[in-house]
Design a protein around this ligand. Sequence first.
Ligand SMILES: O=C(O)CCC(=O)C(=O)O
Ligand SMILES: [Fe+2]
Length: 308
Amino acid sequence: MGFEFTDRHIEEFHTQGYTVFRDLLPPPLLRDLRVQAERARPAAYQSRGANAQRLQPFQPHVDFHPFEALWEFPPLLKALREIFGNDQEMKLDGDAILYEPGGSPYCMCWHRDYRDLWPGLDVHKWERLIHDPRLFNQTNIALYDDGCLWVVPGSHLRRDTPQEIRRFPDRPLIEPDVSRMNPEEAEYACREYVLSMPGAQQAWLNAGDFMCYRNTLWHIGNYVPYAKRATIHGSIVTPEYADFVIKDFMPFVDPAGGPHKFTNLNAGTPAYREVYVRMLAQRYWRKLNNLPRRVARRLTHVFSPAQR
Ligand SMILES: O=C(O)CCC(=O)C(=O)O
Ligand SMILES: [Fe+2]
């Protein structure tokens, strides 16, 4: 037991878009981090509701010393230097802890972070930058066994394939609607959605593993309440990445634009044209399906006591 760096980690990171440092955390550090993650857990559900995916920032709710020990852990820094070079400007950082849902199963949509999750971003710029190794590196450090993250290995190296475009032609990408399902139905619906992505693979982490991945990779989080999770989530920060986040990301987060602000980089490709009619039909079918709920919401709003 114990982490050992090998050439395979470098190879994997570049070819798959992620690599895992198995058993990186020594047991005492794992224990200290668990204690702090459990201290912060109630704040996640209080601030974001029963199905909170994360607490961010978690710093006000913890003793930060074990996290400092983590970011400065010599074997980790040494291993990262083997992958990224001896770049003094690269800093490990993390201000989120990902928890399992306290309510019912759900999943995200399949996505590549800056392209698919926030409307209005300049995705043409994002596409020009995706091969820059100083940008878009994220980390997951599992304090318990964690099978939530699924990826399409190698997808960080390329645009969407025709098969992927046929599967997910539309923007915004939409996660399964589990709001009217019982937990078992929701779990099955999410699994079916996750597996519907060609080439999907579970990026399994054991407790104590460290994963570094390109968030330009197709990936997804799939969550069930019975699998305890506390995974420290962060990024590898460089001045260029910080600059991107401040200038090209933050302005579009709050307030977020409407779904019509998404640019679809796949529009115009042969695969997109092939499924265009089906995509439109699905889009309007979804709208029609949601109509009763939208009307009900509007009526609740009109007749709520606050309005009278
Ligand atoms: O839960 C995870 O590990 C994935 C989270 C993620 O991809 C995101 O929040 O963008
Ligand atoms: Fe993501």
